[in-house]
Design a protein around this ligand. Structure first.
Ligand code: SAH
Length: 340
């Protein structure tokens, strides 16, 4: 038995064909699940009883429990309890261009970035595709509206859960699934090089964001342990290969940490690093956490850093801040309720 939300349309087509049934039954089931949003197989009235009985044997239609909702002006944070009682969070942001949901991909995280709160709980397990799909569906039900944009930037390293992420994208993006345009889905990674290379060959036009956060190995090694496995040269080489294959602009995320990576020299080194790469740099004012050794760069330093990049004709933005009041900002999400 497994969740039916783990199955892509082609998985279900194969399931029906193996059963000696017509492929289009899969489309019918998908319509019940994602267009009509039924919560039991019995509601699938155009499907014959013998098939309903088989479906009930093989799958369940599950839900996630929304344990807590915190609301702020333009952002809501949702704490989910999964079926094994594990906890993850999602953050809904109301942008000018519509609603965007930041979802979690793992319970805990093993990447150990020194400035990030989410990694305090080591990875307990990967989320299944269904648990990622259900974060969206439960919140859509709760707010009574559709969500147009997804960022996979909550708790976890999505490329450390590659197969489930790919399945999730397939279902979220499908015209008979959640219908979220691939260009409206962004996946953010701390830089798992082999997975970036694998990802470039997939047939999805999903946006890729790289958590760079430092212009040199010396600095990056200090704040992101993954850099010791895949140093900056390898990471940039993977990004170049990704671009050569997909021709899709990448985003480099760069948190500005007071006295760590925010000097004038760092700004120039960052520009040198990305020179000639079709990208934009997203500067992120650090959201302070219990990692007290890290502080947010001062406002004038952030602006100066921005100006240097701008003057070198590289696309750059400063990330708009959301949700720091309710600890819903980047790097503040956690898996343990006692800590929320
Ligand atoms: N593991 C993935 C996705 C989750 S983190 C990744 O590393 O990209 C999403 C983004 O928030 C990353 O860029 C991460 O480095 C950043 N982040 C982590 N802690 C933060 C903090 N306290 N303030 C601002 N951004 C933070």
């Amino acid at each position: 038995m497994e969740s039916i939300y783990n199955k892509s349309l082609s998985d279900l087509e194969e399931y029906f064909v193996n059963m000696g049934e017509k492929k289009y039954k899969a489309t019918q089931v998908f319509e019940w699940l994602y267009a009509k949003r039924v919560t039991s197989f019995d509601e699938m009235t155009n499907i014959k009883n013998s098939i309903i009985a088989r479906l009930k044997q093989d799958f369940y239609i599950d839900t996630l429990l929304i344990k807590k909702i915190e609301e702020d002006a333009e952002v809501n944070k949702y704490l989910f309890e999964l079926n094994d009682k594990a906890l993850v969070e999602s953050v809904l942001m109301m942008h000018d261009y519509g609603k965007s949901l930041c979802i979690s991909s793992q319970v805990g995280c093993n990447m150990g970035c020194k400035f990030c709160e989410s990694g305090r709980l080591k990875k307990v397990r990967n989320l299944t595709a269904s648990e990622m799909i259900l974060q969206i569906m439960m919140i859509e039900k709760e707010i009574g509206a559709r969500i147009g944009h997804i960022v996979i930037m909550g708790i976890g390293e999505p490329f450390d859960n590659f197969d489930n992420i790919v399945k999730f994208i397939e279902i979220a993006n499908h015209a008979k699934g959640l219908q979220i345009g691939s260009r409206h889905i962004t996946i953010s990674t701390c830089g798992l090089v082999p997975k970036i290379l694998e990802f470039k060959d997939l047939p999805y036009q999903v946006n890729l964001a790289i958590s760079l956060h430092a212009p040199t190995n010396e600095i990056r090694n200090k704040i992101m342990p993954i850099n010791k496995v895949y140093p900056i040269e390898q990471l940039m080489d993977a990004v170049r290969q990704y671009l050569a294959k997909t021709n899709r602009r990448v985003t480099f995320e760069y948190i500005l940490l007071d006295g760590v990576n925010d000097s004038v020299e760092d700004a120039h080194k960052l520009c040198d690093l990305v020179e000639g790469i079709n990208c934009y740099i997203n500067l992120i004012p650090y959201n302070e956490t219990n990692h007290l050794e890290f502080k947010r760069s001062k406002k004038e330093i952030i602006l100066k850093f921005y100006d240097i990049i701008k003057r070198r004709n590289i696309n750059v933005t400063i990330r708009r801040e959301f949700g720091s009041k309710i600890s819903a900002a980047c790097g503040q999400l956690r898996s343990k309720k006692e800590d929320v």
